[in-house]
Design a protein around this ligand. Structure first.
Ligand SMILES: CC(C)(COP(=O)(O)OP(=O)(O)OC[C@H]1O[C@@H](n2cnc3c(N)ncnc32)[C@H](O)[C@@H]1OP(=O)(O)O)[C@@H](O)C(=O)NCCC(=O)NCCS
Length: 162
């Protein structure tokens, strides 16, 4: 085990944390309600996903939907891990990390990211990528604290709606 992943695991074990992270394998009405609350906190222009949208994420081999719940079982956050094979190996991308404003600062974000890193490693991904706007200060601090490093690369986007 690399010293960095050992450090990360020790930090995870050291943090008392009542947040539980599980991979969603089915979609419940409670999940649809939770995403309607969470997604606008990530992107004000995006409505929450429908049950069918969530079903598509959950049933796809290319995506893992992680759900964080508090001690009373309420959904407080989510993260989606995209996993796919390309000629150079297994790629893993973390997307749509969000924790309900009322539940922030209790370790849910860290628990979600750590669960995604463990899952990506188990799937054979040698690295995990994500992007985060600099204005997302809390998120950027969290990723750096957990061992992510900024890459020198250009990030491009082609918008089909011009
Ligand atoms: C980024 C985000 C997922 C972090 O979730 P979280 O559950 O608060 O994460 P953690 O509790 O593990 O860590 C949050 C940090 O804020 C601190 N914090 C303490 N109280 C806090 C509070 N009331 N609100 C926010 N952060 C708080 C934590 O101690 C921790 O410290 P750090 O700055 O050293 O990293 C969450 O803030 C969020 O959903 N933000 C809006 C959406 C977003 O930016 N998503 C990321 C997209 S790339």
């Amino acid at each position: 085990m690399s010293s960095r992943s050992s450090d990360r695991r020790q930090r995870q074990e050291a943090k008392p944390n009542s947040v539980v992270v599980v991979e969603a394998t089915a979609v419940s009405p409670g999940m649809v309600e939770a995403f309607a609350r969470l997604v606008p906190q990530l992107s004000s222009s995006s409505p929450g996903p429908s049950g069918a949208d969530l079903e598509e994420i959950v049933s796809s081999p290319a995506s893992v939907l992680l759900i964080a719940s508090d001690a009373s079982g309420d959904i407080v956050g989510s993260l989606t891990l995209a996993l796919f094979r390309v000629p150079t190996g297994v790629r893993a991308w973390i997307e749509d990390v969000v924790v309900d404003e009322a539940a922030r600062g209790a370790g849910a974000g860290e628990a979600l990211v750590m669960a995604a890193l463990a899952r990506a490693e188990a799937e054979g991904a040698k690295s995990v990528d994500l992007t985060s706007r600099p204005s997302r200060e809390g998120a950027n601090r969290l990723y750096i604290r957990l061992g992510f490093e900024a890459r020198q690369t250009n990030v491009y986007r082609y918008n089909s709606e011009r």
